[in-house]
Design a protein around this ligand. Structure first.
Ligand SMILES: C[S@@+](CC[C@H](N)C(=O)[O-])C[C@H]1O[C@@H](n2cnc3c(N)ncnc32)[C@H](O)[C@@H]1O
Length: 283
């Protein structure tokens, strides 16, 4: 997968791309990431990328020309058939709120172009011209789209094949594990050595060596945590209300479900989706 980032603060990405999962993904060849300085494409003498807003008011607005030319230049690089047309993404608080379903869908795209705004935002005309998928990190305002771009890069990098150490680890995370009827679940609690710490013991079941019992316990924990912490995730699921868990014979453990919902393919087995559609309820 290739990701191009357009920003007026390219230095922000240096440490980020050289560390942890994004660095692993790049080193393994699963991801290539190219950061472009929008300022380098400004056609004016002072490399100005922003100007005062028409109509007055506070702040500055990012100008059309440098952004449009930077997009065109980035898109003209690496035009191999499978990476030719990137999916354009604009980070903006006014966009669709980013979810794991959207992340899984984005992770299956061959190429993304992430556009980071700053100041009051970007001149609306270049947004209309580029027609990006608009994504938000949440209902709050950041100073720039760079942190959003980093969040997105990290989230899709860890879903690239072979990037995480253990094959199942991403598929068993919160929002990736799903009930048989497709509702997203939170992850179960995790424990490591020592067996007792500060008077607190690890649940006996995890020390039993009975892997099926451990899987059942983890499934029950996922469900219980989701019911108490994020009941909205179970809104349309019959599992929203406490009931006996399905028997071990008929119910796939999260681990089994995870194996069939690994990233790359959409988790409902459909072919990868194209265009600015998909998610919302995409499983
Ligand atoms: C100060 S914000 C502009 C906010 C804009 N005036 C508004 O109220 O919608 C500057 C830039 O930060 C980025 N940004 C801010 N909040 C964000 C969020 N919640 N999600 C994604 N990007 C965000 C966007 O790229 C935006 O263009």
């Amino acid at each position: 997968m290739r990701i191009d980032v357009l920003t007026i603060f390219p230095d922000l990405f240096t440490g980020f791309l050289a560390t942890s999962i994004p660095a692993n993904a790049i080193e393994s060849g699963a991801l290539s990431c190219h950061v472009h300085d929008i300022r380098a494409y400004a056609a004016n003498r002072h490399r100005k990328t922003d100007d005062r807003p028409f109509g007055g008011g506070p702040g500055m607005v990012m100008m059309c020309q440098p952004i449009f030319d930077a997009v065109k230049a980035a898109e003209s690089q690496d035009t191999a058939a499978e990476t030719a047309a990137p999916l354009r993404v604009l980070l903006t608080p006014q966009g669709e709120r980013l979810t794991q379903s959207r992340v899984e869908w984005l992770a299956a795209q061959p190429r993304l172009l992430l556009l980071c705004g700053h100041y009051e935002g970007i001149d609306e005309r270049v947004v209309e011209e580029l027609n990006p998928l608009e994504l938000s990190l949440g209902d709050y305002v950041l100073s720039g789209g760079e942190l959003g771009a980093m969040v997105l890069i990290d989230a899709v990098a860890r879903l690239q094949s072979g990037v995480l150490g253990h094959e199942d680890s991403a598929a068993e995370d919160s929002f990736s594990v799903r009930t048989p009827d497709g509702a997203h679940l939170l992850d179960c609690p995790h424990y490591t050595r020592p067996r007792e710490w500060n008077g607190r013991e690890v649940p006996d079941i995890l020390l039993s060596g009975d892997h099926e019992a451990v899987d059942r316990w983890r499934d029950a924990q996922r469900l219980e945590r989701t019911r108490t912490r994020r009941p909205d995730l179970l809104q349309n699921s019959p599992l929203a209300h406490p009931q006996p868990l399905p028997s071990a014979n008929t119910h796939k453990s999260a681990r089994q479900v995870a194996r069939t919902t690994r990233s790359g393919a959409s988790s409902n087995g459909d072919a990868p989706l194209h265009g600015h559609t998909a998610p919302e309820g995409a499983k």
